[in-house]
Design a protein. Structure first.
Length: 105
């Protein structure tokens, strides 16, 4: 994973519709994206599928996603684990951060 730690806000479900994030990822030669956020079954899903479509390695921070409906959150987490296990990695935030490379000056 790259060393850029920027947040990008969006006004639509998928952050890939508005090209700022995609441009940032390409400009920084990113090959992976860590996804966090609210509404696991809506916005997070849109971000995950968009990242997959653009060829990024996708890591979902399991303890940093949530939903207003527990049943659909749980269903999507199961789907990510079972159906998308080749495209999506699921990990706790502490594990992600402990493996994040440190930028060298």
């Amino acid at each position: 994973m790259g060393t850029s730690r920027e947040n990008h806000r969006k006004s639509v479900y998928s952050p890939f519709v508005e090209r700022a994030l995609l441009s940032h990822l390409r400009d920084n030669r990113a090959d992976a994206i860590v996804i966090t956020g609210a509404e696991t079954d809506v916005c997070v899903l849109a971000a995950v599928l968009g990242a997959i479509d653009f060829g990024y390695r996708v890591v979902v921070a399991e303890d940093a996603v949530c939903s207003s409906a527990d049943a659909t959150h749980d269903a999507l987490m199961s789907l990510y684990h079972q159906r998308f296990s080749e495209q999506i990695e699921i990990a706790e935030t502490d594990l992600i951060l402990s493996n994040w490379p440190i930028a060298q000056p």
